[in-house]
Every structure is written in C-alpha cells, then in structure tokens.
Write a protein that binds this ligand. Structure first.
Ligand SMILES: Cc1cc2nc3c(=O)[nH]c(=O)nc-3n(C[C@H](O)[C@H](O)[C@H](O)COP(=O)(O)O)c2cc1C
Ligand code: SF4
Ligand code: SF4
Length: 253
C-alpha cells in the first residue's frame, strides 16, 4: 500500500505515516510534488491518500494532480484520509468521487480533526495544549481505523450521500470560488523579510523567489500555508493581515 499526500503544515503527512505504520506497510508516504510520484503510483495497486481540506474543498494543486494524471487511477483501490481544523462534511468523499470518476475503487474514508493551519486568522485558533490534545485524539482515531481495516471493516467516513449534502451546504457552496483558481493574494512584508530564501524551498508550487534581498510571490499559490507558518520573521500573510501564531505538526507532538 502506497501513501500519497498533500500537506501544508504536516498534519496530513503525519496522519498518513501513522496509518501506514499501524498497518505494517513499508512502501512509504510521498508528497504529490515528489518527482517520482507517478512512477510510484503506477507500481502500486493499493493507495491511501491523505490531504488537508480547504474551505470544505480540495486544494487546487491536488485537484490538478488528480485530473492531470487521470489514467493513473483506473482500477486502483484507494482510501482517503481528510484532515481538517473543524469540519468538512465530506472531505474524504470529495476526493473519493473525483478518483472514482477516473475508474478507482474506493475502499474507505477517515476524517481527522487536527490543529488549524491558517496562521494569520483567529477563527480556529486554540491553545497549544488543546492542539496537542487534538493530535492525541487523531492518533487514537487512526489506530482504531487501522484495527477496523485489519478486521475487514475499514471506516467509510465522508463517503455517501448525507456526507455529500453536509459538505455542500456546510460551506462549500458559499466558498466555492476560493479553491477554483490559484491565488495571487499572498503578501510578503518587505520590512520584515530578510531575503533568507527559506520560503522559496518550501513552496510546492514554486511560487516564491528572492529578488533584491526580498521574497516575491507570483500568482500560483495553492494556499498550503507552509511559508506563512515557517517564515522565521513572520513576514508572510495570506488571508489575514498579520501572523497570529505559527505552528506545524512538530509543534504539537
Ligand atoms: C486555506 C485553508 C482553508 C481551510 N479550510 C478549512 C475548512 O474548510 N474546514 C476545516 O475544518 N479546516 C480548514 N482548514 C484547516 C486545515 O484543513 C487543517 O488545519 C489541516 O489539518 C491542515 O493539514 P496540513 O498540515 O496537512 O496541510 C483550512 C486550512 C487552510 C490553509
Ligand atoms: S522565509 Fe520569510 S524572511 Fe525568509 S525570504 Fe521568505 S519571507 Fe523573507
Ligand atoms: S506561496 Fe506559501 S502558501 Fe502559497 S503555495 Fe507556496 S508555500 Fe504554500
């Protein structure tokens, strides 16, 4: 079983690695930006996808990856883990439906509430202790899902008509435009940026570069929030005006 993930701050990667570890799988977990990812997928019949929900939707980069590799999914057996800060309705189901359209057989779905990755908005902010607790709860849910899989009854969270309705009317209709395109809204504060280039290497979209000792963003941001969470000078914002609290999964382990 191969693990494939889209992850900004590491939640979805961590969840997938724990799941695969519990199953005793050794094929490994790879990001969709891995240069050999399509070859790895071709070689494996069973795949488990893990990704972070954005506005109750699939991140644009992941949608493009699925659609751009349509022939890869035919006859694959695929389970989906969706991580979220609060609620997605049908996070796993959304990706499952897209893959099914290209001939995949969907074998399971799992929803995990994890620390919020939007570092520059107050909306879902929790204390560090609360985030640690969330991660512990997610770990326990993953371990239970592994047991269910071993017993031949994998969870099917997020998959089915009622989940679909919850996702649609929860907020997807309202925010449907947010993940339709890549965004040009990423801002870099030139007074805070020291041109260290850390963000350039982190960006899965190659959307950042340093010019004249200051980072610049182009218009291909997929809102993964890596650069916002990891810039050492808190110089990057996207939806909010200032960074409130930075964190990645390692902060809460
Ligand atoms: C742009 C953006 C939109 C998000 N929208 C939602 C949402 O609609 N519902 C939710 O529960 N969490 C939402 N989140 C929170 C993430 O889904 C959550 O923190 C996720 O576990 C991050 O995982 P990652 O570190 O693997 O990227 C959003 C995060 C980002 C960056
Ligand atoms: S990581 Fe921050 S300080 Fe370094 S180049 Fe990027 S924006 Fe500037
Ligand atoms: S610019 Fe930042 S938030 Fe946007 S895709 Fe790149 S790393 Fe992610």
């Amino acid at each position: 079983m191969l693990g494939v993930y889209f992850s900004g701050t590491g939640n979805s990667r961590y969840a997938l690695e724990r799941f695969l570890g519990g199953c005793g799988e050794t094929a490994g977990a790879y990001a969709i930006e891995d240069e050999n990812i399509t070859e790895r997928i071709k070689e494996n019949e069973e795949i488990i996808f893990s990704y972070s929900v954005q506005f109750s939707n699939i991140p644009k980069m992941l949608k493009d990856f699925i659609d751009g590799n349509a022939p890869l999914w035919k006859n694959k057996k695929i389970s989906v883990i969706a991580t979220m800060g609060l609620f997605s309705g049908d996070g796993a189901g959304m990706l499952a439906r897209r893959l099914k359209k290209y001939g995949a057989q969907i074998t399971g779905g799992l929803h995990l509430k994890m620390p919020d990755s939007i570092a520059d908005e107050k909306a879902l902010k929790r204390s560090r202790e609360k985030n640690r607790e969330l991660v512990r709860m997610a770990e326990s849910k993953i371990d239970q899902a592994v047991q269910r899989l071993k017993n031949g009854k994998p969870p099917r969270e997020g998959i089915g008509f009622l989940y679909h309705l919850a996702g649609l009317f929860g907020q997807r209709l309202y925010f449907s435009q947010k993940t339709k395109h890549y965004t040009d809204q990423l801002k870099i504060n030139p007074e805070k940026c020291v041109g260290c280039g850390k963000c350039v290497g982190l960006c899965p979209m190659k959307n950042l570069h340093v010019k004249d000792h200051v980072a610049k963003a182009e218009d291909r941001c997929t809102m993964c929030y890596r650069c916002v969470n990891l810039c050492p000078n808190q110089a990057v914002t996207l939806w909010g005006k200032q960074v409130i609290e930075q964190g990645t999964i390692e902060t809460y382990l």
